[in-house]
Design a protein around this ligand. Sequence first.
Ligand code: B1M
Length: 224
Amino acid sequence: MQDERFGAMLQSIIDGVPEKAAELAQQALADGVDPLAAVNLGFAVGITFAGDQFGCGQMFLPDLLAAAEAMKAAMRILEPEMLKRGSRRKTLGKVVLGTARGDIHDIGKNLVATILAASGFQVFDLGTSVTPDQFVAKAQEIDADIVGVSALLTTTMAGQKAVIEALDRNGLRPRMKAIIGGAAVTAKWAAEIGADGYSRNAIDAVELAKSLMGRAADQGKALV
Ligand code: B1M
């Protein structure tokens, strides 16, 4: 039954039908399905499959766009519930988040933002195609603990390096930590550009952020 449900979810993304994806997301919540499980076992599997098809020429850009729209429709339903589940926790730290300059992919970054917020971090999401100066300005304004840069394209990974350099130039590190992530990003790249951490997915990003804050979230100690 659950397999069927997750199968229908991934299919709604591959078919690129936002209405169906939203309906399945609503139904899952009504049936008590964990929204994160709906993302990880259903919708995200669909968008990854669509990407692979696009990568090997089996899917064209308009279809990929439709898949992305369907993914966003599901996320619009699921994200508020994910946030609600973490809403009573104390603030673990302040995170400035955005996608690197030139990159408009935001599904994964939004997921990271949602899970971080649901886990107790205060997240300042700057959106997509964010310049190093914009990261620095926001980080200074709110006195961030962590600056996170997402990049999905091999070409925009250079933007992650540029943000770290800008943080260094402005004397914001080591006080502020820089973390990176995104489909093409590796631990090797993170080490190469001097990032304080890298994570493969949104769940690991929370663990990474917690460990960088130097305390276990379970202790629930507020830093601000
Ligand atoms: Co684009 N795209 N895309 N795309 N797209 C990829 C990334 C690609 C791998 C597809 C492929 O060819 N197989 C390829 C990149 C190749 C490369 O450079 N290596 C690609 C390309 C080429 C392009 C265009 C250039 C296509 C074109 O126009 N010819 C273009 C670029 C536009 C631009 O940015 N300037 C483009 C456009 C698009 C759409 C607009 C159609 C759409 C984006 C919609 C949107 O985001 N609003 C899109 C999509 C949907 C994808 C794929 C299919 C899916 C990405 C996604 O949302 N995954 C992607 C293929 C793929 O990744 N398999 C692809 C689901 C999401 C939950 O995972 O984003 O990886 P992900 O995030 C994860 C982790 O990476 C991690 O946690 C997240 C949650 O677990 N993570 C972090 C992410 N950020 C993190 C930050 C952290 C920590 C962890 O700390 C700060």
